[in-house]
Design a protein around this ligand. Structure first.
Ligand code: PBG
Length: 325
């Protein structure tokens, strides 16, 4: 035998030397849920260990993330009131805008990304403006642009549309450019599948659709070529970073995207992925920490450049400890 694959697995030093996948804390983004009120940090029942915070309590979670080495957050908001136009999403006093202003004032070192969507803010829970029971794509575009602009005016460093309307990237890019915000990058949820893995998030953000589902705008999980079509179109419209979501059941899509495009690829390890690991860990069926580490590395091995994860601080800690990375 000339080739012995085991030769390079003989010690931790050697294994670490020949690792193919290197991961960095710089590539991690943590999603934050913010809600109106004072002194609130309420645990999300379907996502043990994750909380909804009032603006004045954001510091506690930022401190946790910063201490671990995570300095980027993605904001989701629960508005005071919902209406047909999702006005809580685009009003200057909307909850995410308030959170952004507070963060920029108190935590300059936090890089702020705004999730641009309407489902948390509309009374019907759909990701756009309705015409009858259908989401009116083109009418919604103006609203999405308005949300993005409101977030940037409040201090967002980057915007991330997650609604899946056609043409939203161009509409948002144009609105930002017109407002002299051409330097603000846009991360598009380009290949966002219609997924049951979002279940816990919809409880967390109170954003489940009141009727029907999101299948007329989010992607069918039987399709892969369609993801590339969505991604290439978003890049043409001006997306700086594209995203694949969810992550774990879509590693093939991450790989194909990374091989095809020349912009950074982000992957969103969504709420259902988090909650499954938490539940199995709590039951003692798997080693929670080991599963968090292995799944995070798998997303980067598939080709992701950026990982959005509720486990961001844990992953960062594992990197700090030299367990992965
Ligand atoms: C808003 C949005 C959703 C998620 C991110 N942005 C929910 C949905 O599309 O229903 C899901 C995130 C998660 O599950 O962690 N459209």
């Amino acid at each position: 035998m000339v080739q012995r694959a085991r030769r390079l697995r003989g010690s931790e030093t050697l294994r670490r030397t020949v690792r193919e996948t290197r991961i960095s804390k710089d590539a991690l983004i943590y999603p934050v849920f913010v809600k109106p009120g004072k002194d609130i940090a309420e645990e999300i029942p379907a996502m043990p260990g994750q909380y909804r915070y009032s603006v004045d309590r954001l510091g506690s979670i930022f401190d946790t993330q910063l201490k671990a080495g995570v300095n980027k957050v993605l904001f989701f908001g629960l508005p005071e009131e919902k209406d047909a136009e999702g006005s809580g999403a685009w009003r200057p006093e909307g909850i995410v805008q308030r959170a952004l202003r507070w963060t920029k004032e108190h935590y300059r070192e936090i890089y702020c990304i705004g999730d641009v969507c309407m489902c948390e803010y509309t009374s019907h829970g759909h990701c756009g403006i309705l015409d009858g029971e259908q989401v009116d794509n083109d009418v919604t575009l103006d609203y999405l642009a308005r949300i993005a602009l409101a977030q940037v005016e409040a201090g967002a460093d980057m915007v991330a549309p997650s609604d899946m309307m056609d043409g939203r990237v161009l509409a948002i890019r144009r609105a930002l450019d017109k407002a002299a915000c051409s330097a603000v990058p846009l991360m598009s949820y380009a290949a966002k599948y219609s997924s049951s893995f979002y279940g816990p998030f919809r409880e967390a953000a109170d954003s489940a659709p009141a009727f029907g589902d999101r299948k007329s705008y989010q992607m069918d999980y039987h399709n892969a070529k369609e993801a590339l079509k969505e991604i290439l179109q978003d890049i043409e419209e001006g997306a700086d970073i594209i995203m694949v979501k969810p992550a774990l059941s879509y590693l093939d899509i991450i790989r194909q995207s990374a091989d095809t495009v020349s912009v950074p690829v982000a992957a969103y390890s969504v709420s259902g992925e988090y909650s499954m690991i938490k539940a199995a860990g709590k039951a003692g069926f798997v080693n929670e920490d080991a599963i968090i580490a292995e799944t995070a590395v798998s997303v980067f091995r598939a080709g992701a450049d950026i990982l959005i994860s509720y486990f961001a601080a844990e992953i960062a800690r594992f990197i700090n400890e030299g367990r992965i990375g």
